[in-house]
Ligand binder design. Structure first.
Ligand SMILES: Cc1cc2nc3c(=O)[nH]c(=O)nc-3n(C[C@H](O)[C@H](O)[C@H](O)COP(=O)(O)O)c2cc1C
Length: 325
């Protein structure tokens, strides 16, 4: 049995985590998820280490907001300068996070241009230095990695071997190359490589990509022997994803409406004027699916600018479609 450090040692196995997703898994949505079906670990959206070490820090700190209900909560960061990773890790530790995760998989053009994200897969020596400096700054906080299986071609064995030399507490492997973005099916047939390589280490291995529900995750754990699974897009419109007592298909429209209002109100409370409501509207649309009139309701939600608007639109829809309730 592996002996991971920090909060990772306390988690129920298999470890099911919520993926970091920029403009999706913000503090408001994470709190909604913590209330309706809490995963083993929550991650923040990724934040730039260089940005956090610049005068722009104040603006970026909104990405590192969290509340007590979210523990264990891990801050995810990206960059390419070992020095800013060191300072960021110190900051993350002071802010009371339970861990720090390094993004070594992002295929976004803006991130790659900075030499960060998936670029590090092709620079293993720099990647190891970054992990070492992050550990130095993090003190007792466990340092984990989220990555992909290559940039252009699949190099999972070489790459995971390099990462294991730096002894991170956990590696989440998104089973696609950077070039594949999310356009092809995740290569779950590659998972065993990482699992085998980490077998006699204390590094936990988590798989990620195209996992849509707990049943599928349970099967994948059995088939591949991973220590855990990270869920990404499956959480959209479904904060009940990690709740074994809830069957998504049984959730009533009324429950969805109540959650939409709860979420929109929390979004306002957490972010005030800091974040535009357009981000919240994406969530509203994601909730509105699987019932008659869903398409019409999505259009009605297009002009909402705050939680009061959402409530008004839902009331109007309810009056016009009384037979659905
Ligand atoms: C909108 C969006 C934003 C994302 N932002 C991040 C991020 O900030 N950090 C990160 O490591 N991965 C990010 N990802 C990748 C996801 O964490 C995850 O690896 C990917 O969606 C595959 O998992 P899935 O098939 O379960 O969705 C993002 C993905 C999406 C769709």
């Amino acid at each position: 049995m592996k002996q991971p450090t920090g909060f990772w040692s306390q988690l129920t196995r298999p470890i099911y985590t919520l993926a970091p997703m920029a403009d999706v898994t913000d503090a408001a949505f994470r709190r909604i998820i913590a209330r309706h079906g809490k995963p083993g670990v929550l991650f923040t959206e990724f934040v730039s280490c260089d940005g956090l070490c610049s005068p722009g820090q104040t603006n970026l700190l909104k990405c590192l907001k969290y509340d007590e209900s979210e523990h264990p909560i891990v801050a995810q960061v990206f960059g390419k300068n070992p020095e800013t990773f060191y300072h960021t890790a110190r900051l993350v530790s002071q802010l009371g996070f339970d861990g720090i995760d390094i993004n070594m998989g992002c295929p976004d053009r803006n991130v790659l241009k900075q030499g960060a994200g998936a670029n590090l897969i092709d620079q293993p020596e720099l990647a190891k230095k970054i992990i070492a400096e992050t550990k130095r700054g993090a003190g007792d906080l466990p340092v984990s990695i989220k990555t992909r299986i290559g940039t252009g071609k699949i190099v999972i064995r070489e790459w995971i071997s390099h990462l294991l030399e730096a002894q991170p507490v956990a590696i989440t492997v998104h089973l696609r190359t950077a070039r594949e973005m999310s356009k092809v099916a995740a290569h779950w047939d590659q998972m065993h490589h990482a699992v085998e390589l980490a077998e006699n280490t204390n590094t936990l291995i988590l798989g990620n990509g195209d996992v849509w529900n707990l049943r599928q995750a349970d099967d994948l754990v059995k088939q591949t022997n991973v220590d855990g699974i990270m869920f990404g897009r499956a959480i959209l419109g479904n904060p009940w994803l990690f709740n074994r007592d809830v069957v998504y298909e049984d959730i009533t429209i009324e429950q969805k409406f109540a959650t939409m209002i709860e979420h929109a109100e929390l979004y306002e409370k957490v972010f005030g004027d800091e974040k535009r409501f357009v981000i919240m509207r994406k969530h509203l649309w994601a909730y509105v699916t699987g019932f008659n009139g869903a398409k019409e309701l999505r259009v009605m939600l297009e002009d909402t600018e705050n939680a009061a608007d959402v409530r008004a639109v839902l009331d109007k829809f309810r009056s016009a479609h009384a037979q659905l309730f």
